[in-house]
Design a protein around this ligand. Structure first.
Ligand SMILES: [Fe+2]
Length: 311
C-alpha cells in the first residue's frame, strides 16, 4: 500500500554567510505504539542511511501516547534501539510534541510524562532532546527547541492556546535570541499553527529554519495534495476545518530576515487513538520525510526551492 512508500519533499535553501553546506533529514509524527508496523521503521532508517545526512531532526510525536511504554516493554525497547542505531551515525535532534507527554484514557488524554523513557533516550549517545533549556551548537549549526506544554494543546475550546504560547516565548526570549550569523540557525517546534502570527514572529526573528510537524498534512489525500498547493489542510489535530499552516513550506520575512518554516507531513496521518475505522485509512497516505539541503551561497539573497518525489 501507499503507506510503505515515502514522499520526499526536497528543500534547497541557499544561505549567505555560512561556512559549509549541510544536509538534514527531517520528519515528525512517527506516533509509535504497540500496534505499530515495524517495517515502517526499517523503511525510514534505510531512506536516512542511503541519504547519509549530517543531521536528523524529529519535530515531536515520536510516540502516540505514553501508555505502551509501561505495558509493552518489547516495543519500547525496539523504538529505543532504532533511535540508538539512527544516532550512532549522525546527531539526532528530538523536540517533544503533545503526544509524547500524553496518556490516552477512555475520556481523552491526560498529561503523563514518562520520565524513565525520556531519560533512557536522552542517554543515547548522539541523540539530543531539545527542551526549553538546551541549546546545541557545533561549527555548522545552532539548534534549539521550543516545547509547548500539555495545557497549550488541550484546552476547553480545543483550540491551541496562543496566550500560553506567547507567555512561553516571553520566558524563552533570551535563549531564542542568541543566534549565530555564520551558522545555520534552526528551531524545532512541534506546532506551526501560530508561527505566522505577528505577535509570535518577533520571537523567532533570526532563525533560518523552523522545523515543525503536528498537522499531519491537514489530512489531505495524496492526489489532492498534488493538485492543490498551498498551506491549508482539510482538518487539524484539534478538529478545526481548513486550518492554516497545515502543510508545505512557508517563507516569512521577519524584519528583513527570511525564516523558512517547514511543516513535515508526518510519518503517519491518523494516530492509533483515533477510531479504528479512521486509523485504517493510513494505508492511503505515504510516509512524509523532508530532505533539507542548506547551501552556502555567494549571493547575498536567501533562495528557497522545493520539489518532491516518491520512493
Ligand atoms: Fe502528531
Amino acid at each position: 500500500m501507499v503507506d510503505k512508500h515515502i514522499k520526499v519533499t526536497k528543500l534547497d535553501l541557499d544561505l549567505p554567510n555560512i561556512d559549509k553546506d549541510i544536509r538534514i533529514k527531517h520528519f515528525a509524527d512517527l506516533h509509535y505504539c504497540s500496534s505499530y508496523d515495524d517495517a515502517k521503521l526499517e523503511i525510514i532508517k534505510r531512506n536516512i542511511d542511503e541519504a547519509n545526512p549530517d543531521y536528523v531532526c524529529i519535530s515531536g510525536d515520536l510516540i502516540d501516547s505514553t501508555n505502551f511504554l509501561v505495558t509493552d516493554r518489547e516495543k519500547r525497547n525496539h523504538l529505543v534501539n532504532w533511535l540508538r542505531e539512527l544516532a550512532s551515525v549522525r546527531p539526532v535532534f528530538f523536540s517533544i510534541g503533545n503526544h509524547d507527554i500524553s496518556y490516552f484514557t477512555s475520556n481523552g488524554f491526560r498529561v503523563e510524562w514518562n520520565e524513565g523513557f525520556i531519560r533512557e533516550i536522552a542517554d543515547i549517545p548522539g541523540l539530543v532532546i531539545l527542551n526549553n533549556k538546551i541549546v546545541y551548537e557545533d561549527d555548522n549549526i545552532n539548534i534549539k527547541g521550543l516545547i509547548l506544554p500539555f495545557k497549550y494543546y488541550y484546552t476547553e475550546n480545543r483550540k491551541e492556546d496562543l496566550k500560553k504560547m506567547l507567555r512561553i516565548l516571553e520566558e524563552q526570549k533570551n535563549r531564542l535570541s542568541k543566534l549565530s550569523s555564520s551558522k545555520v540557525n534552526i528551531l524545532l517546534c512541534h506546532s506551526p499553527i501560530y508561527l505566522t502570527n505577528e505577535e509570535v514572529t518577533k520571537y523567532i526573528e533570526g532563525f533560518d529554519l523552523v522545523l515543525c510537524g503536528h498537522m499531519h498534512n491537514g489530512c489531505i489525500p495524496p492526489f489532492l495534495d498534488e493538485i492543490f498547493k498551498g498551506n491549508r489542510g482539510i482538518i487539524s489535530p484539534s478538529k478545526t476545518l481548513f486550518p492554516i499552516n497545515a502543510r508545505g513550506i512557508i517563507e516569512k520575512d521577519i524584519n528583513g530576515h527570511k525564516t523558512t518554516i517547514v511543516i513535515n507531513s508526518g510519518i503517519i496521518k491518523i494516530q492509533e487513538c483515533a477510531p479504528l475505522f479512521l486509523e485504517k485509512l493510513n494505508c492511503f497516505f505515504p510516509i512524509g520525510i523532508n530532505d533539507i539541503n542548506v547551501n552556502r551561497s555567494e549571493n547575498s539573497k536567501v533562495l528557497v526551492k522545493t520539489s518532491s518525489y516518491y520512493t
